[in-house]
Write a protein that binds this ligand. Structure first.
Ligand code: SF4
Ligand code: ZN
Length: 420
């Protein structure tokens, strides 16, 4: 592969070709987030007078203060932008690009979004002289490069001071993440006449097409329907295109002829039919950056969900990574599907397959993180104490133990219509 080094002043290469590059544990010098340290990223719009163009500030220790073999630090990446045509709706769209810009940097790996990011910097990239300010240089250059039509000034603050990372997470970042979710909360798939496609992940999964609807966010968890809409506004010929819903062919499975047509065209014929509310028949394809995978557990007549952060084994006898390698890559895998964390508590999650009541097992961390929403959604479905009925790794990961637990608590999946 020919690597184009752009004019960004960093000591390593920068090219889309580095995107698929993984930084393995033994090659890692510095690590941030990944549920080991607090780490978050945010793009925030400011007044023109509030932003100093090309200011890159590091608050806290840089990576050369780590032990000779490297180590971990907390991290906050705050990108503040200003411009006449900038709108608040564009913030999450630009924020998602941090993922790509970081991954385009040689020896830098970026996963996740918001406050669940996970970043690694490789030993060789560190040895080449790469420091935190270079992340700032990359983001500065690329934000202006790609969003020059809306942004005139960009400043980047990178914080590794633990107290400050945590304080600003609670004071600035979380309220913004929550406000974004709230803006979406009132919207349903029925209340809009347009869905959006997203092709951003075709760079590594060439046949993958996400269909983004108000009640089903992109499987990366970073592209909501509002974000897709803003992406279209920002970049009319870009990765997100509207799909007029038109007539619905099946409201339960979530099938629209217009969606099928769009998927056919956009996947270059690789996928010709998609049902967006089921995993059993023509489910949506999965790229590689999904936050979670759900997969059928036949013994329990239900599904398990596993999130990327969980490294252990699941009751399906596979880890997240093993499931990801069979589910991802832009192909349809009935019975398995990548999806965003927030989709789990959407009314449209497995809508045609029995909904949330099918979920029999989840890692404890994911279950805890979604606790309130899980309980609320289950209540709407008329199930009390559903949270306590979902098994996790503390109950067990072996199918017999899980089924025994489900039987004991009277999990609804056991008496629902057979999945297979
Ligand atoms: Fe777009 Fe889907 Fe990739 Fe997210 S996972 S960036 S929604 S294609
Ligand atoms: Zn993806």
């Amino acid at each position: 592969i020919k690597i184009k080094i752009t004019e960004i002043p960093i000591p390593v290469g920068f090219a889309a070709a580095f995107e698929g590059e993984r930084v393995r544990k033994e090659d890692t010098f510095a690590e941030f987030g990944g549920s080991r340290t607090t780490a978050w990223e945010l793009v925030k719009m400011r007044e023109i007078s509030e932003v100093e163009d090309h200011k890159i500030e590091i608050i806290g220790p840089d990576i050369d203060t780590l032990e000779p073999n490297g180590g971990r630090l907390p991290l906050a990446i705050l990108v503040e932008v200003a411009g006449k045509n900038m709108q608040q709706d564009f913030e999450p769209v630009m924020e998602r690009r941090i993922h790509y810009f970081a991954n385009y940097t040689e020896g830098v790996m970026h996963l996740g979004q918001r406050d669940i990011i996970w970043i690694r910097i490789s030993k060789s990239t560190y040895e080449a002289g790469f420091r935190l300010k270079h992340i700032g240089e990359v983001l500065y250059a690329k934000m202006l490069d790609e969003f020059g039509s809306i942004v005139d000034k960009v400043q980047v603050t990178i914080i590794t001071d633990k107290d400050k990372v945590e304080k600003l997470l609670n004071e600035i970042a979380k309220p913004i993440y929550e406000a974004r979710d709230a803006r979406l909360a009132g919207l349903t798939d029925e209340s809009v006449d347009t869905f959006y496609s997203c092709l951003l992940c075709q760079s590594f999964a060439p046949a993958h097409v996400c269909i983004v609807t108000p009640e089903r966010l992109g499987l990366c968890g970073a592209v909501s329907w509002l974000d897709a809409k803003a992406t279209k506004e920002l970049n009319p010929a870009g990765p997100c295109q509207p799909i007029e819903k038109g007539e619905c062919a099946d409201e339960v499975k979530g099938s629209w002829p217009t969606v099928d047509k769009a998927v056919s065209e956009l996947s270059h014929g690789a996928t010709t039919k998609v049902n967006i509310y089921t995993i059993m028949e023509d489910p949506m394809t999965s790229c590689g950056c999904f936050e979670c995978i759900c997969g059928i557990m036949p013994e329990a007549n239900g599904v398990i969900i596993v999130n990327r952060e969980y490294s252990g084994i699941t009751p399906l006898g596979m880890t997240f990574g093993e499931l990801a390698s069979t589910t991802g890559g832009g192909v349809q895998t009935p019975g398995f599907m990548g999806h965003g964390r927030h989709f789990i508590t959407s009314k449209k999650f497995l809508y045609a397959d029995g909904g949330l009541a099918r979920v029999v097992w989840m890692p404890k961390e994911l279950k805890e993180a979604l606790k309130d929403k899980l309980q609320q959604r289950a209540k709407e479905m008329g199930i009390d104490n559903f949270y306590d009925m979902i098994a996790d790794e503390t109950v067990g990961t072996d199918p017999d133990t899980v089924v025994e637990f489900l039987t004991k608590v009277g999990h609804p999946a056991l008496t629902m219509d057979p999945m297979l």
